[in-house]
Design a protein around this ligand. Structure first.
Ligand code: AMP
Ligand code: MG
Length: 312
């Protein structure tokens, strides 16, 4: 069965083999539940209240997402920083009313950006003075994990979820083959290539997903927390293939900020995921675990390189 939903500002499709109407209704309700808990713009959401009050008792779901995201904030040394919201908002990325803020404004807002000022005690989350959080970098990844567990609990063994470009695979295809997932091309033309997966998630962060242009310059929605400006790391797209949606989504955003060298170092130290990095020189780098399951599209203008792993 297939379910199409518009939620979290994007189109989502859940295809689950062997599911019935009642289960798909449960899936849709779950998407709505997560959306209404976590949106930064819905006034009753837990995150909205947390940002307004500076402290809130949150649900287990919200707690799990904040804790999971904070782990990656710390592991990436703040390349991911879920307290970036005041800056993201000033650029207009949450409303679509885009503008380039002046340097002083960014500098002042950056003083409120520091994930170490978020404290968690039981289900109580507290923010340092004036801080605000935005879980936009991780929420779709978390949703993938969550929906897969709902489907699994109902005995589903084969499903593919496309949550606005974040793809989550449950098991294999009904015919026993791996799922072939298309990775979007950063140049807007067709797709970059395909990757074969089962029980994994394929999550891309790209500057082309949300951006605006002013005076001939492009500004995109992924912000470098060390500058307050859109990240210019030399990467135009990062795809993470991993077991866990929340972590993979957090990493796709963080690695986009970190750039090729630091991403490679991070991968060598962790090795619990694979990645596809596209640089602004039209090069596509893949980690060694993707060699026999990533295929570059025929129409792709890019050059494919395998990230050399000096341990092998
Ligand atoms: P994604 O598409 O998963 O890479 O997430 C991008 C979204 O995360 C943006 O639209 C912002 O809401 C938010 N964001 C931007 N930069 C950062 C950052 N450095 N750390 C955490 N969240 C960010
Ligand atoms: Mg992300």
């Amino acid at each position: 069965m297939k379910l199409d939903v518009f939620a979290m500002d994007t189109y989502m499709t859940v295809t689950a083999y062997g599911a019935d109407d009642a289960l798909m209704t449960d899936v849709e309700n779950e998407i709505r539940r997560i959306e209404s808990a976590l949106s930064v713009t819905i006034p009753e959401s837990e995150i909205f209240i947390l940002n307004r009050e500076g402290t809130a008792d949150v649900s287990d779901t919200t707690l799990e997402i904040i804790s999971g995201a904070l782990e990656v904030c710390s592991a990436t040394d703040g390349a991911l920083d879920i307290s970036i919201y005041p800056v993201v908002r000033e650029w207009g990325f949450t409303t679509g009313e885009y503008k380039v803020p002046d340097g002083d404004t960014i500098e002042a807002l950056l003083k409120k950006v520091d994930y170490t000022g978020i404290s968690v005690n039981g289900n109580t989350v507290a923010l340092e003075d004036g801080m605000m959080v935005d879980l936009g970098s991780v929420v779709k990844g978390y949703l993938g994990d969550d929906l897969v567990s709902v489907l699994r609990d109902h005995g589903i063994k084969s499903a593919i979820l496309d949550l606005g470009g974040n793809v989550q695979a449950l098991g294999c295809r009904p015919d026993g083959e791996q799922w072939k997932v298309a990775v979007r091309s950063p140049d807007h033309n067709g797709y970059l290539g395909t990757v074969l997966v089962s029980d994994e998630t394929v999550i891309t962060s790209g500057g082309y997903e949300r951006y605006f242009e002013e005076d001939g310059k492009t500004y995109w929605h992924i912000i470098d927390p060390s500058t307050g400006y859109p990240a210019e790391s030399g990467l135009v797209s990062v795809t993470v293939i991993g077991k866990e949606g929340l972590r993979s989504d957090a990493l796709s955003t963080a690695l986009f900020v970190m750039g090729y060298e630091k991403s490679f170092e991070f991968w060598k130290e962790n090795r619990d995921f694979e990645m596809i990095l596209v640089t602004d020189n039209d090069e596509v780098y893949i980690t060694s675990g993707l060699c026999d399951r990533f295929t570059l599209s025929d129409e792709s203008p890019y050059e494919l390189k395998v990230i050399e792993d000096d341990k092998n």
